[in-house]
Design a protein around this ligand. Structure first.
Ligand SMILES: NC(=O)c1ccc[n+]([C@@H]2O[C@H](COP(=O)([O-])OP(=O)(O)OC[C@H]3O[C@@H](n4cnc5c(N)ncnc54)[C@H](OP(=O)(O)O)[C@@H]3O)[C@@H](O)[C@H]2O)c1
Length: 363
């Protein structure tokens, strides 16, 4: 990236940053540390193994859900299309959407945005729900339904193949082998290139993988939600499956932007329903934010960057997909790929984080 462009990003970043409760340095930490960083997109991480592997630039993708759904404010389509195209120009090649987001609207948005470079990116989508009257209405991974959804997703995405197709949630009513078998057939037909699961447990991961090699597991993982550590990540490691943390900055909670006064629009924000986003829980969990901010403030990193860099430090096959509607945040998040924790930093930081009691269930 040219220096002028970088300076513009820094200005934009400073203009939109800021936190009511944390030290100002948290929001304005685009400092010398970032100035040195390159924005080449030449770094990458690999998800999955062999012919079912995918090379993700930066080792970070772009979660597109919040451009249409679940994050209070729905921005206009045009700037979001421009943002997705800008992300591609910046080297991002991994874009995440799902039939459920909107529903449908997000796939339509992403489909339009990626047209100029469709074949050069990794397009990820998901199936797994019934949708009635424009609302999610229970799980459905029946083989015939998967096929129907894929046909419709292909139309909305304006493409003839999906690079990485995830089952969004395991459907207890359908054996996972049948789901994997259906995706295997879709792969043979060329409509899908790779198979993924989301929030699946080790038993289902193993059963699915035995039928059709799984490229990636997408599951919530962040400094406040460390549930995948242990059995889930071990299973992925053993089987050579990549891991994609969703909500990697905990839906903005780990950035310092959310405070006990934050209001959500219940019609379009699931944070209103999640126990960790109540004013009481945000306040009770503030020591976690302070620990993240302290670490970042001493290194010229924002809290979002610390959170993303920490996830990437866990395993080389972890590829977070932070969502954003702002170019300044996108740039800030991509820079996190340049920060490498030393072994000592990892040890002391996680000791500190682990000593903090988290209030409020994940869901
Ligand atoms: N598989 C699943 O079940 C599942 C579930 C949820 C999400 N996902 C996927 O994961 C993606 C990301 O998850 P998510 O959107 O829930 O959570 P997230 O990425 O942890 O957080 C997104 C939120 O953080 C804010 N943000 C992003 N970068 C920031 C920065 N540098 N500084 C301050 N705020 C920042 C965004 O607001 P701004 O727009 O203001 O930047 C947005 O409100 C989604 O887009 C979706 O593709 C998958």
């Amino acid at each position: 990236m040219k220096n002028n462009d970088r300076r513009n990003f820094l200005k934009a970043g400073a203009a939109v940053s800021g936190s009511l409760l944390l030290s100002p340095a948290l929001g304005f930490a685009q400092t010398a540390a970032n100035d040195k960083k390159k924005n080449t997109g030449s770094k990458y991480r690999t998800l999955g193994t062999g012919k079912h592997s995918l090379k993700v630039n930066y080792g970070l993708g772009l979660g597109c859900m919040g451009m249409s759904w679940h994050r209070t404010f729905i921005p206009d389509r045009k700037p979001m299309i421009e943002l997705i195209r800008k992300a591609y120009e910046m080297g991002v090649n991994f874009f995440d959407t799902a039939e459920a987001y909107g529903p449908w609207r997000n796939e339509e948005l992403v489909g339009e945005a990626i047209q100029p470079f469709r074949k050069k990116i990794i397009l990820c989508s998901k199936f797994g729900f019934n949708i009635r009257d424009g609302k999610l209405d229970g799980l459905n991974s029946k083989p015939a339904h998967i096929r129907e959804v894929v046909e419709q997703s292909l139309k909305r995405l304006k493409t003839d193949y999906i690079d990485l197709l995830y089952q969004h949630r395991v459907d207890p009513a359908v054996p996972i082998e049948d789901v994997a078998g259906t995706v295997k057939d879709l792969i043979k037909e060329g409509k899908v290139l790779h198979f993924g699961l989301s929030e699946a447990d080790p038993v289902n991961i193993r059963k699915a993988h035995a039928v059709q090699q799984v490229t990636a597991l997408q599951t919530e993982y962040s400094l406040i939600t460390r549930d995948p550590e242990g059995e889930i990540l071990n299973t992925c490691e053993q089987l050579g499956i990549g891991f994609v943390p969703y909500s990697p900055i905990a839906r903005a909670l780990l950035t310092g932007y959310i405070n006990p006064l934050t209001k959500y629009v219940a019609d379009n924000d699931n944070r209103d329903t999640l126990p960790r986003y109540t004013p009481e829980a945000v306040k009770a969990n503030w020591p976690l934010m302070e620990a993240i901010a302290d670490f970042g403030n001493q290194r010229g990193l924002t809290a979002a960057q610390v959170s993303l860099a920490w996830l990437m430090a866990q395993k080389p096959w972890i590829v977070p997909i932070p969502g954003t509607t702002k170019q300044a945040h996108l740039q800030e998040n991509l820079w996190s790929a340049d920060y490498e924790f030393t072994p000592d930093e990892l040890k002391t930081f996680i000791e500190k984080i682990s000593s903090i009691k988290i209030t409020g269930a994940r869901s």
